[in-house]
Design a protein around this ligand. Structure first.
Ligand SMILES: Nc1nc2c([nH]c(=O)n2[C@H]2C[C@H](O)[C@@H](COP(=O)(O)OP(=O)(O)OP(=O)(O)O)O2)c(=O)[nH]1
Length: 135
């Protein structure tokens, strides 16, 4: 039996195709690592419902959730996280950081420059691969 914490992350794009990257603050676990906004699923909640709720809490904004990008299990020293990431769009307007230290819109081809939470790398690589296949 492998137990894990199920976490959903939103890959939020703007009209230029840039992705919203969020820096975990000093007071959060895994401080100062970049992540996709989101969080742990509550009981009886779908990943989509979790993302809409978390993004509203963290960024004050409603998103529209699209396709699954990656579904990975990462073994941290003290926890095992299953991270599912989804394409998402903002309905309109701009997100405002309420819990994160910093928000950054980055083109996909620059995402490797950030220090991501280890569970996030398969999503970053999938985004880069998908973009290179489009060109
Ligand atoms: N939201 C989010 N969490 C991530 C990502 N990558 C990753 O490893 N995580 C980890 C960090 C946390 O251990 C967990 C998500 O918990 P959370 O975002 O609800 O964090 P939290 O601050 O409420 O929880 P915690 O401090 O009690 O761990 O998943 C990611 O891209 N987005």
């Amino acid at each position: 039996m492998t137990e894990y914490i199920l976490v959903a992350g939103a890959v939020i794009r703007n009209d230029q195709g840039e992705v919203l990257c969020a820096l975990r603050s000093e007071t959060m676990s895994m401080p100062r690592l970049w992540e996709f906004p989101g969080g742990k699923l509550e009981p009886n909640e779908s990943a989509e419902q979790c993302l809409v709720r978390e993004i509203l809490e963290e960024l004050g904004y409603v998103i529209q959730v699209g396709d699954l990008i990656a579904d990975v299990i990462h073994e941290y020293p003290s926890i095992r996280v299953r991270l599912v990431t989804y394409e998402s769009k903002l309905a309109s307007g701009m997100p405002v950081a309420q819990e994160h230290e910093q928000l950054l819109w980055l083109p996909v081809n620059r995402m490797r420059e950030l220090e991501w939470a280890p569970a996030d790398w398969p999503t970053v690589e999938a985004l880069i691969k998908a973009q290179s296949q489009e060109q």
